[in-house]
Design a protein around this ligand. Structure first.
Ligand code: G3H
Length: 484
């Protein structure tokens, strides 16, 4: 599939319902991670254009907050339908821009439409609450608090490169249903896909000014957006360092941050090793491990380690490697720099005594799936997030040791426990410091209505459809004092 549906013309940014070229006269080249050529350009907008976008968002939000939930729903249902109509086109753009296989890219679009529809339905069924005054000592029955959820204003949505449509819509849809306007700043690598997603909103005739697409250099508009007084909430998904920087810059606005991870797959000695291996392989290597929720280390009981490593080796060697156009699982990483980093981690581990079971081969930014055994706590790969197809195996002698190593990580996104002893799994799950623990399954965000939470260096706040709606609203209390 090499037909070039992407023209090399510059994509415009979107402000107050109009597509525009930036006054800066500058654009940013977007290079495909596997075609190694520029596939399009996006506008490098100015701070003044950011100001305008936020101005229009604030204006539009006032009327939007007054529209009924049913009216908001109509636009969002239309948006989901438009995305499905554009599914093939979008999938090809996602594939070319971020190097995800065509099938996975198509699934991303379908998942996004489902996400939007569920968000609508969830928002339609969310209710406020009321409280009687006399439940507190000395309170009176004649006092009633009515608690509603109201919008925050303008939400700044910043998704990562790896789900340029899905994780963008996962912020935009709840923001809109909750009555907010949105400033959408896509990851630069992912900005063409994000632009196309906004095109679907435009076709759905969303009222102007409600979603504004701003593209540009982080060094020019990144901090400016985050510190802007016109932003009322920030929802960011991306790297931990960027998230930390953002948290320091943002002042007095609610933040939801979904950051990196170092999810362990803990394999107990009683586990079904073939089942565990199946989940570990898919968890660690799909999309070359470029998922925050990828399994990024295995903590296996030493009694079953040799057998597990044998099974994993066989499965890793079956993984298809190459261009995303041929549906391969392991594809070139997003850029050369990312591949360099993975290689540094592998080299560090080998230098300190890790055994290469398979892999450790590179062609440009394509890293072959790599399995490292006998990884120890001295090695960087035991702690750092590669965001690439390398899986370290750490042998442990007890559940306690597995939990200790799991918790010593700076991250706390998810963990998997593989065991036949469900009671033991629950006891262990309680002790693991992550937002979620998967029992006998791979680490993953979905289904998308589940709460999705990162603790420690993995983030703050919660996503998942209901949680996102809640995080993009605040409670407003009106107290009715009934006369005698
Ligand atoms: O990369 C971060 C995503 O939230 C992971 O989502 O588990 O569905 O791949 P996923």
């Amino acid at each position: 599939m090499t037909t070039n549906v992407l023209t090399l013309s510059a994509y415009e940014f979107y402000i107050n319902g109009e597509w525009k070229e930036s006054q800066s006269g500058q654009t940013i080249d977007i290079k495909s991670p596997y075609l190694y050529e520029v596939i399009g350009r996006v506008q490098a907008i100015t701070k003044e254009e950011v100001d305008e976008a936020i101005y229009f968002a604030r204006e539009a939000q006032k009327d939007w907050a007054e529209t009924s939930l049913q009216d908001r729903a109509k636009y969002l249902y239309k948006w989901a339908d438009e995305l499905i109509d554009m599914q093939d086109e979008l999938a090809e753009i996602i594939m070319k821009e971020v190097g995800k296989s065509y099938k996975d890219a198509k699934n991303e679009v379908a998942r996004t439409a489902d996400f939007i529809r569920y968000t609508i339905e969830e928002a339609l069924h969310m209710h406020g609450e009321s409280m009687r005054g006399d439940s507190f000592p000395g309170g009176s029955q004649s006092k009633i608090a009515i608690i509603q959820r109201v919008p925050l204003g303008v939400v700044l949505a910043i998704p990562p490169f790896n789900y340029p449509v899905n994780l963008a819509a996962a912020k935009v849809a709840p923001a809109l249903m909750a009555g907010n306007a949105v400033i959408f700043k896509p990851a630069t690598q992912g900005a063409i896909s994000g632009t196309k997603m906004v095109e679907a909103l435009h076709r759905a005739e969303l009222p102007k000014g409600l979603v504004n697409l701003v593209t540009g250099r982080g060094s020019v508009i990144g901090d400016y957006l985050v510190e802007h007084k016109g932003i009322d909430m920030i929802s960011f998904t991306g790297g931990t360092n960027t998230g930390l920087h953002l948290a320091k810059k943002a002042t007095m606005v609610p933040l939801v941050l979904e950051l990196g991870g170092k999810d362990p797959g803990i394999v107990r000695e009683d586990a079904d090793l073939y089942e565990a291996a199946k989940h570990i392989i898919s968890g660690a290597f799909s999309y070359s491990g470029q998922r925050c929720t990828a399994i990024k280390r295995v903590l296996v009981h030493e009694k079953v380690a040799d057998e597990l490593v044998g099974i994993l080796k066989e499965e890793v060697e079956k993984l298809s490697v190459g261009s995303p156009e041929n549906g391969n699982t392991v594809v070139p990483l997003i850029d050369e720099q990312s591949a360099d980093f993975v290689q540094i981690l592998i080299a560090d581990a080998i230098g300190k005594g890790a055994a290469v079971i398979t892999g450790n081969k590179r062609e440009h930014n394509l890293i072959y799936p790599t399995l490292l055994d006998y990884v120890t706590e001295e090695m960087r790969v035991a702690w750092e997030e590669p965001f690439g197809p390398v899986l370290p195996i750490i042998r442990v002698s007890s559940d306690e040791e597995a939990i200790k190593i799991a918790n010593e990580s700076e991250f706390g996104l998810q963990a998997s426990i593989f065991t036949k002893d469900i009671n033991k799994a629950f006891v262990m799950a309680d002790k693991i410091e992550t937002g979620s623990v998967q029992i006998n399954g791979r680490t993953e965000r979905g289904p998308d209505h589940f709460p999705f939470i990162g603790v420690k260096g993995s983030g703050m706040g919660a996503q998942g459809i209901r949680k996102s709606l809640e995080s993009m609203t605040r409670e407003k209390v009106t107290v009715l004092n009934i006369g005698e």
